[in-house]
Every structure is written in C-alpha cells, then in structure tokens.
Write a protein that binds this ligand. Sequence first.
Ligand SMILES: *[C@@H]1O[C@H](CO)[C@@H](O)[C@H](O)[C@H]1NC(C)=O
Ligand SMILES: *[C@@H]1O[C@H](CO)[C@@H](O)[C@H](O)[C@H]1NC(C)=O
Length: 252
Amino acid sequence: MPTPYIRSASPHCVRKLVLLAFDVEMVLLALGVLALLVGPNASQSTPSPTPAPSPSVTIPSTSVSLPPATYTPAPPPVAPVGATNTSVSALDPRIQYSPNWQTTNLCSGTSKSCGDAGQTMTFQFSGSAIFMNLNNAPTGMVYSATVDGVTDVVDAFRQGQDCGVGWSRFNLDNQLHVLNITILGPSSQTPASSISQASLDVTSLVVTSQASGTGSTSSPKPTSSALPSNMVSWVAAVTIAMVCAGISKLFI
Ligand SMILES: *[C@@H]1O[C@H](CO)[C@@H](O)[C@H](O)[C@H]1NC(C)=O
Ligand SMILES: *[C@@H]1O[C@H](CO)[C@@H](O)[C@H](O)[C@H]1NC(C)=O
C-alpha cells in the first residue's frame, strides 16, 4: 500500500510566513490607529463647507405623548443655620443653553425662553439645594429637571401667571452637582390657542450652600473630548515607531 505523500513545509519557511503575516497585520493596525488619531483632528482644522446640522432636536409636539408630571411643588425645609442663597441670573454665562434659547423680558426682568422640545440648559453648582424661578403661566411647558441622575418631570402650566419657584431640589449633599433641564413639550392643559406661544421662560436659579462649603456656585469646568495634546503626540510617536518597525521587519 503506497503511503500518501504529505508535503511538509520546511519549519523555517512556515515561521517566516507567520512572521510576515504578523508584520503586515501590525502595520495595518498601526496605520488604522494613526488614521483614527489624525482623522478627527484633521477634519477639525479644515472648516467643512457643508452646513452645520440643525441644532434643534425636532420632536413633533402634537404626536408625542409626554410623560406625566412627577413633580409637585413642596415648601423647602427650614434652611440650616449658616446656609446662604446665591441668585444666578438666567443670563449668567455659567448656564449653558442649547442653541434655540432667546433672551426675553418676562416677570419684570431678563429671562431666557425657548419653546422647542428637546432643547436643554445645564448648570453646574455646588450646594445643598437649588431653586428655579420661571414664568409659570398658561403658556408654561412640561420640562424635565435632572440632578445627580434623579429626574423630575415638571409642568409649568398655571391658569394665571405665577413668576417664582417652579421647581426645586433640596437635601442634596453640599457638593458639586449638575442640573440638566430639558424641554419636553407643551402641557396637556395648555389651551389650543396658546400652544403656539408655549415656552419655558427661566428668570433665575437660586443655589443654597452651607457655610462649611468652599463657597457659592462654581464655574463650570471646560469640557473637551479631545485628548491632551501631549498625549496625542505620545500616541502618534508610538504609532509611527510601530509602523517603522513593522515595515523594516518586512525587509529582513
Ligand atoms: C433660599 O431661597 C429659597 C427659595 O426662595 C427659600 O425657600 C429658602 O428659605 C432660602 N434659603 C436661605 C438660606 O435664605
Ligand atoms: C441633558 O439631557 C438631555 C436629555 O436627556 C441630553 O440629551 C443631554 O445630553 C443632557 N446634557 C447634559 C450636559 O447632561
């Protein structure tokens, strides 16, 4: 019986092939990392001619059923001894607004107003309580207020105008928090004739902080998704070294 002929590749040859495949993969990987790294920065440096995407989150208010209000105004507990209130105007640059908000004059002062569902305002503060003064009115809208991951759904509709605290959160740890207000839509109680004027009109925020704390409100930290530039250079250098090593290995 003839033994089947099995061609055995020389071990040296196999090893070389494996090394070659490995090197090619490393080069491709390194180039991919480099492309990822350079890509976003490169596109940032050259302004794109295409128009910016529409900033507004369009939620058709008529076809979306809003979540029911979960918030009922409650009087705050007696302020602890040594607690102080700091008022922050709606126009304060520490409050960050999404693009569609307008500066208005409501409740005998300046205010920020927006009637578009999905628009947000965020504010970083240090304190144990926060109060939002707004134009609670027949045109009042439903909005969400989130602090520390806990969300209230608040309805600012009132039969008559009521300028004052529309939402508050207290008994917080006297430390840094982020408030996120998101407009959800017109109230179900808003008369049809007022829906086109429906708007969330914020006049001010009031922050309560304890004397033992380091002060009143804190400036928001600059947020950036970009890597620190020294980190970028470091990663780029390592990537280039990997590419060079990979290419040189191909020729050994
Ligand atoms: C801070 O303002 C809120 C809302 O007006 C009020 O209820 C609270 O008593 C005030 N606290 C202090 C310490 O003045
Ligand atoms: C605020 O909440 C909205 C809706 O949940 C979300 O899209 C937005 O990213 C939040 N903003 C911040 C700064 O957390």
